[in-house]
Write a protein that binds this ligand. Sequence first.
Ligand code: ITT
Length: 194
Amino acid sequence: MKLLLATRNAHKVEEFHELLPSIDFIPWPSDAPEIPESGAFFQDNALQKATYARDWWKAQGLPPVDGFLADDSGICVDALWGGPGVLSARFANHLSYAEKNPLLLSMVPAGAPRSARFVCVLALAPTAGEPFTVGGAVEGSLATEPRGQSGFGYDPIFIPEGYDRTFGELESAVKHQLSHRGRAAEALKAPLGL
Ligand code: ITT
């Protein structure tokens, strides 16, 4: 099965290759337009990205694929009322993650609950047919400081429930078993007949 992966995030691309190795993923071309995401919810954005990619691909007359897959995801911190959530990529986006992660931690008031979760919504727009979404989440807590080099983004500050190491410290195979994206990818298998 050939799916166009509607993302510019190279870390997501790498994770999808590992999570769904039987799928032949086609990357979003580097000269293609930015994929818009203007929704208020993970689901809106995932659907917007997948259907935009499908419409653009068709309009270009590019070789057919079986479908268009998009991921909208983020970290939701309870002490920040769910933020940065759907705005996770855009939070302080002039900063690197080495700067952004300590900044996010510093925004959590002393003594506040440190619970957080990663959420991932995947939208699949088949070449012909109705787009649909599946999702996954992982509960956990914020570390007191960034730890580990593995993964990407907010991984160094997130400790999944039942562990004492961050996603930045855990091996990618462990992250995939627990993660929001791993769970959403599992949920995609039945509808794709995998
Ligand atoms: P595309 O829209 O092109 O897919 P993006 O990075 O802008 O790329 P999102 O809008 O879905 O994607 O934002 C997701 C952000 O949430 C991502 O940039 C990270 O900051 C964070 N994030 C999502 N999944 C993560 C993970 O597994 N580990 C660490 N951070 C993650």
